[in-house]
Design a binder for this molecule. Structure first.
Ligand code: FSX
Ligand code: SF4
Ligand code: F3S
Length: 375
């Protein structure tokens, strides 16, 4: 027997736009694995996705619209269709065909119905009562709070919405803040998940939405409100240039021999060692290997890390947070998580030991290169 999703796709239903049944099941199975679940959850995700479209109200503050663009510009399998088929986008200033009064009425109707997920994009200016960003004559901070009161949860998409991002860069003239902080200031207590990145990877957003659609709750979050399935590893831990870092081979200047040979970009200011994200493993744009900043020779500037991107100077050296060699990483598996076994504790102890050793070796290597001895 086929699940509802497959029947829908077979009959050219709502989930059929641009996706064959096979592709749709592949996406759902891949999402399950990516979420840290067993592949068998793919059918459950597909069933849930077909059963009901998740109502979404999208509130935009101070931003470049890159977060929306990243969802719309992605290609194969037509991500834009998949997302727009999964959700019922009841209000989105950029994508609504209506404008003015019609748009305001759409928002009012959605708020009356309630129970939607509010996606917040961009930062929210709090100075002078929020006058620096208004929609329909109302401060966006008030619209966010009002829409938040009727929402089941908030997904803050992008670094601006997660914690202020680019609009909050010093001297932060409008006192821009992230959606979660503003909701708290306004006394609106709903679960908030941050999907930082400038823009974030659309697959992180898609997987989080699929999780919510399937299980009716947000996935496991870290202490900064980010889904652990996407943000629990430092970029540095899975970077293709990591062997050069470990061997002490660094690009010293843009365009020098080391840069041309794909050496580590640490000395050009790469913030991969202090930025938690999956850019190095997920990459961008569905165009194959190397399609991410470091893959193209540009140091990661920490766009998705609070207190790094838009905060510390571009070319200053990163803090070395964790230098555990990738061979010691354990797999992430949310469905199987649980108690710590004696074996796991032993592995953890070995990893801590290795990290300390590797840390010392690494700082020595970086120091040697800085003194011109280590190349
Ligand atoms: Fe910010 Fe998103 Fe960067 Fe831009 O809307 S996270 S400036 S990509 O667009 O909010
Ligand atoms: Fe990759 Fe940057 Fe780490 Fe070098 S410092 S290994 S380029 S993440
Ligand atoms: Fe941003 Fe760094 Fe990834 S700049 S896109 S977090 S590689």
């Amino acid at each position: 027997m086929k699940c509802t999703a497959c029947q829908e796709v077979d009959s050219g239903g709502t989930l059929g736009s641009g996706l064959s049944r096979r592709d749709f099941m592949k996406v759902c199975t891949a999402a399950a694995v990516y979420l840290g679940l067993d592949a068998s959850f793919g059918a459950q995700i597909a069933e849930a996705a077909a059963a009901k479209r998740l109502p979404v109200v999208w509130i935009s503050g101070q931003e470049c619209t890159g977060c929306t663009e990243t969802l719309l510009r992605a290609t194969h399998p037509t991500l834009e269709h998949l997302i727009l088929d999964l959700i019922s986008l009841d209000y989105h200033e950029t994508l609504l065909s209506g404008a003015g009064k019609q748009a305001e009425e759409a928002l009012e109707a959605a708020m009356k119905a309630g129970g939607y997920v509010m996606v917040a994009e961009g930062a929210f200016p709090t100075k002078d009562g929020g006058v620096y960003c208004k929609v329909g004559g109302k401060p966006i901070v008030d619209i966010l709070a009002e829409a938040g009161k009727h929402a089941a949860a908030c997904i803050a998409i992008g670094s601006c919405s997660s914690w202020g991002g680019m609009p909050s860069a010093s001297p932060n003239p409008t006192e821009a803040r992230g959606a979660g902080e503003v909701l708290k200031m306004k006394g609106v207590n709903i679960p908030v998940m941050n999907i930082p990145g400038c823009p974030p990877n659309p697959y992180n957003f898609l997987s989080a939405v699929l999780y919510f659609v399937t299980f009716g709750k947000l996935p496991d979050l870290d202490d900064k409100g980010r889904p652990k399935f996407a943000y629990s590893r430092l970029i540095h831990e899975n970077c293709e240039r990591r062997p050069h870092f470990d061997a002490g081979r660094f690009a010293e200047k843009f365009g020098d021999d080391g840069h041309n040979q794909g050496y580590c970009l640490y000395k050009l200011g790469c913030k991969g060692p202090e930025t938690y994200n999956n850019c190095s493993t997920l990459t961008f744009g569905d165009v194959g290997a190397g399609s991410w900043p470091v893959g193209m020779g540009a140091p990661c500037f920490g766009c998705s890390e609070q207190g790094v991107g838009f905060t510390v100077p571009l070319h200053s050296p990163a803090r070395l947070v964790n230098v555990t060699p990738p061979a010691f990483f354990s797999p992430i598996d949310g469905a199987k998580g649980g108690g710590v076994t004696a074996g796991a504790a032993a592995v953890a102890a070995a990893v801590v030991g290795a990290a300390v050793g590797a840390g010392l070796a690494t700082s020595k290597k970086v120091g040697e290169v800085e003194e011109g001895k280590g190349k």
